[in-house]
Write a protein that binds this ligand. Sequence first.
Ligand SMILES: CCCC/C=C/CC(=O)SCCNC(=O)CCNC(=O)[C@H](O)C(C)(C)COP(=O)(O)OP(=O)(O)OC[C@H]1O[C@@H](n2cnc3c(N)ncnc32)[C@H](O)[C@@H]1OP(=O)(O)O
Length: 359
Amino acid sequence: MRASLKDLENAVNQVKLLKKDPGNEVKLKLYALYKQATEGPCNMPKPGVFDLINKAKWEAWNALGSLPEETARQNYVDLVSSLSSSSESSSQVKPGADKEHAGYGTLVVTSEDGITKIMLNRPTRKNAISTQMYQEIILALKAASQDDSAITVLTGNGDFYCSGNDLTNVTDTPLGGIEEKAKNSTNLLRDFVASFIDFPKPLIAVVNGPAVGIAVTLLGLFDIVYASDRATFHTPFSHLGLSPEGCSSYTFPKIMGPTKATEMLTFGKKLTAREACAQGLVTEVFPDATFQKEVWTRLTAYAKLPSNVLRISKQVIRNREKEKLHSVNVEESSIIQGRFLSEESMNAVMNFLSKRAKL
Ligand SMILES: CCCC/C=C/CC(=O)SCCNC(=O)CCNC(=O)[C@H](O)C(C)(C)COP(=O)(O)OP(=O)(O)OC[C@H]1O[C@@H](n2cnc3c(N)ncnc32)[C@H](O)[C@@H]1OP(=O)(O)O
């Protein structure tokens, strides 16, 4: 039986529920099949050469030629069905599933032995931070700040800690266009960073693998940073036409001195875990083979200390910097808003999306 309009509608809803991001190529295919199924052959003028995202969409749709609408509908439904079954059968590690907090799509949040663990859970995208993940981290930090755990840990699932901002975040441009997108992204970035500045209890980063971009800059706002010796620390802002964020323009020079900070933030020098430790960004490095065991043993012992005094000590150490950090965050966010709209930044993102560039 051929797929009906109702089947198409159901498949569109199913796409929103996929547990795994299907990747840009599949998303383009879905876009093209949907347009073909609902509007017939491509009827849009070809976008200009710099409008790379719309050009990619146009090309995908146009490539379907005169494929009949019913066939496109069927192909769309079949493609979604294959994505749904592979997403259901994918077995991601979900430690502590019995203590898991429900309601997160991009994170696994667990509380056990006085520790709330927020684990970035997009391992097939190297834990890149999607818009949804930014929002969920804000919510998870808010919940953790009010729960009865003594400490909170941020870590990554899979071989990466986090590959930074998800570069496909720019592709869902709202009706207000790219300016509105830049404004929304900047507001989200500002609120996201603010939730780290304001976090009231000890916040520990368990850096299980490479860290990129905003995942690195934020480390200056953590109270302890433990790293596997496999981890690397890379802030390729200039390569991406972007400026420093996460309060790093203030915290990095304080932590490592202005010249080392410049090598990282301006020139994109990638540090090994041992180099990052020597520069004070990382607290301690562990061999990867024993990383999880050693770190969790230590954290479990720390979490047994009286939780009120842990909060108070953190606040004594950090509070006098808070106002300054908020003003740095506002300033950095406003500068990066302009960078998002720059040709340098747009070209870098497009090069990544069209697979011409990788770090
Ligand atoms: C809204 C606030 C904005 C705040 C601004 C923040 C600034 C930053 O965070 S800048 C840093 C941005 N991040 C990057 O530039 C990293 C881009 N990724 C890479 O260069 C590479 O993927 C990697 C070096 C991280 C890993 O390379 P590797 O060969 O090991 O793996 P891949 O095959 O490339 O990755 C698997 C899969 O994941 C996708 N992916 C990885 N990182 C990102 C990302 N940051 N955004 C979007 N997608 C990412 C990658 O494309 C692969 O996808 P496919 O399987 O579909 O090819």
